[in-house]
Design a binder for this molecule. Structure first.
Ligand code: SF4
Length: 396
């Protein structure tokens, strides 16, 4: 029996420029596709609602790309349409990802008036040399200005993304970035180690000339430094790569880690409506054409059996350093308690200080995050005879 869908992701694929490390679906350059794209998003919302009604949504997340390239009026129209077609709960968390160089006080006031109540800035670093090395078009002063403007516009939920292990970065420059971010008193931080993805500028540069990035040991030291500095500053490390001030966890992303179902709209958007995980057409032009012609833009669809769902619930939940996976949900899918299934594996991992088990709660320890892939590998439920496809999830 399908459950109630409470989460909606909307992909906005437009960016001011392509960052050198970026492997996301983005459309650079002319904005002439924006209006037809917004029309297509509205049509897709109607299509999805006919296929399987969701809402009222508890979370709505505009990700990208750079959603802050939209005018507040465009965001407002989109939110209004989603609310009219699919429904939004009165306390819906509405997040917009922002590029620091694309916001202004009037724009953020407009976003607030459109119903947005959470902003997530792609700061990446507060060192101008590192930002240039990443191919970012903003500088550290833009981040400070954007956060001030967000606060002046009335936002109290302000998140920053940062990267570490990036070219030119040292432990000292990383500490400096963290300390400056703490002074900004943002409520949420996502810290990602640089990952060099295929077909990016970084991948090509690495292949041709090599790329001068910190050694693995230095990257681990940066992670450990962040854990200590952020703990002292009152942030809760609640997910492998995410820290929040009390009461400021990202509810939308928590839904992913809890393996909840969600709708997804837009170019390349993923959705999970059990038993299907789907992915939309990754090309903005053809996505628009398909949707406006009344066609379904899904180009990839994978069926998830209950055994695979159990494994996904386990692996995604192990990213949650305070809560761990919902073992009851895993048991319902497996027909057997996962701790019983994994009893031979858990003891050695506890002894090695990599996981802890308390009152039916199994969690990865903060110090084990750098070797999380190995821990997750040991805890795969795939030792049971019947098994669906493997689910891979990135570390840190
Ligand atoms: S702003 Fe974000 S989505 Fe756009 S190119 Fe840069 S990293 Fe990619």
């Amino acid at each position: 029996m399908p459950g109630h869908i409470e989460h909606l992701y909307v992909h906005i694929p437009f960016c001011p420029a392509k960052c050198d490390y970026c492997a996301f679906v983005t459309h650079i350059g002319s904005l002439k596709l924006v209006e037809p794209y917004l029309a297509a998003l509205c049509r897709e919302a109607e299509l999805r609602h006919r296929q399987r009604s969701g809402g009222p949504f508890k979370t709505l997340y505009f990700g990208g790309g750079t959603p802050s390239m939209l005018a507040p009026e465009q965001l407002w129209s989109l939110i209004q349409h989603v609310e009219a077609v699919m429904g939004l709960s009165s306390s819906c968390e509405i997040t917009v990802e922002c590029h620091p160089a694309t916001v202004s006080l009037p724009k953020l006031l407009g976003c607030r008036n459109a119903g947005v109540n959470r902003l997530s800035f792609g700061a990446e670093s507060l060192d101008d040399g590192e930002l240039a090395a990443l191919g970012r078009t903003h500088r550290s002063a833009d981040v400070a200005r954007a956060v001030d403007q967000a606060r002046a516009a009335g936002f109290t939920d302000i998140a920053l993304d940062l990267m570490y292990g990036i070219p030119q970065q040292t432990l000292e420059s990383w500490r400096n970035t963290l300390e400056r971010v703490i002074q900004m008193e943002v409520t949420h931080l996502s810290l990602y180690p640089l990952s060099i993805e295929p077909k990016t500028v970084f991948a090509k540069r690495k292949w041709r000339f090599g790329l001068d990035v910190p050694e693995d040991e230095s990257v681990v030291a940066m992670y450990e430094l962040a854990c200590g500095v952020l703990r002292d500053a009152g942030y809760e490390h609640y997910e492998v790569a995410n820290w929040a001030k009390p009461g400021h966890r990202c509810l939308h992303n928590l839904a992913y880690w809890r393996n909840a179902e969600f709708h997804g709209l837009g170019t390349g958007a993923h959705a999970y409506l059990h038993p299907y995980r789907t992915e939309n057409d990754p090309h903005t032009g053809s996505y628009i054409k398909r949707v406006l012609a009344g066609m379904d833009p899904v180009t990839v669809s994978e069926q998830v059996d209950v055994h695979t769902r159990a494994e996904e619930t386990m692996m995604l939940g192990l990213r949650l350093l305070r809560d761990g996976p919902d073992l009851g949900a895993v048991e319902r899918d497996l027909g057997r308690h996962p701790l019983e299934q994994l009893k031979d594996e858990i003891g050695p991992l506890i002894d090695a200080g990599l996981i802890s088990l308390t009152a039916d709660r199994l969690v990865l320890r903060e110090t084990a995050v750098p070797v999380a892939n190995e821990v997750w590998e040991r805890l795969l439920l795939s030792r049971l005879p019947a098994r669906g496809s493997t689910f891979a999830t990135p570390v840190m």
